[in-house]
Design a protein around this ligand. Structure first.
Ligand code: FE2
Length: 234
């Protein structure tokens, strides 16, 4: 099976052999959502998810497969494609980045997803003062992002930071480790919130974060940092 470098994102690249080649070339596939289509209502509607996952994310996957066909990228894991095509092949990069970002985003979502506890709670207090400090900084970044892009909680060295990326860019390009993201492209919220991005951001912070996933990422990415990047290839 063709895999992305991140263990949590193995599902990003499910296997589909290309019978026309002696070399087994895999195509990327749209991952299933890790929840029912209506599981996030009323904060994120089934209509939004049908469009966002079934149309927008699917289009990125389809365009990525078309863009890499017959190129050296066709044999690379997703994260290697992202790093290799950045500022070189925008048609490949934009769709590869958006495939990674959306696959990660779906895992960040859950209704009644708890609260940051344990090590994650301690690190949020250490780097943002408290949970309110985290929320304030995250909201400010998400509201202030001009145009289309993503807001992230990342592990940067031994610090938690809030950052944003434009369009399909990802924190890995800055050697940062993604822990949580919010898609603030208009297609993520227009059906449910029209042009009111702040309401979408508040709903996300109040009701849609899968904190267990964030805690798991912090644990795994901290180990990755401590190992100097040796635990994971790609
Ligand atoms: Fe999106």
């Amino acid at each position: 099976m063709r895999q992305a470098g991140c263990a949590l994102l193995i599902f990003i690249a499910a296997a589909e052999p290309n019978s026309e080649s002696m070399v087994q070339i895999m195509k990327f596939q749209l991952p299933d959502l890790p929840f029912a289509m209506d599981a996030l209502e009323p904060h994120m509607s089934a209509e939004t998810l049908k469009l966002h996952h079934g149309k927008h994310h699917k289009a990125y996957v389809d365009k990525l497969n078309k863009a890499i066909e017959g190129t050296p990228y066709a044999k690379m894991p997703l994260e290697e494609i992202i790093r290799g095509s950045f500022k070189k092949d925008p048609g490949v990069f934009n769709n590869a980045g958006q495939h990674w970002n959306h696959s990660f985003f779906w895992q960040c979502l859950k209704t009644d997803g708890g609260a940051p506890r344990g090590e994650l709670g301690r690190r949020i207090s250490k780097d943002f003062g408290d949970l309110a400090g985290f929320r304030k900084e995250f909201s400010k970044a998400a509201e202030g992002l001009f145009g289309s892009g993503w807001t992230w909680l990342v592990l940067d060295g031994d610090k938690l930071k809030i950052t944003t990326t434009p369009n399909g860019e990802t924190p890995m390009l800055n050697k940062q480790h993604a822990l949580l993201t919010l898609d603030v492209w208009e297609h993520a919220y227009y059906v449910d919130y029209r042009n009111e991005r702040p309401k979408f951001i508040t709903a996300f912070l109040d009701s849609l974060i899968n904190w267990d996933f964030v805690a798991q990422r912090l644990q795994e990415e901290s180990q990755e940092v401590e190992s100097g990047g040796k635990r994971r290839a790609g």
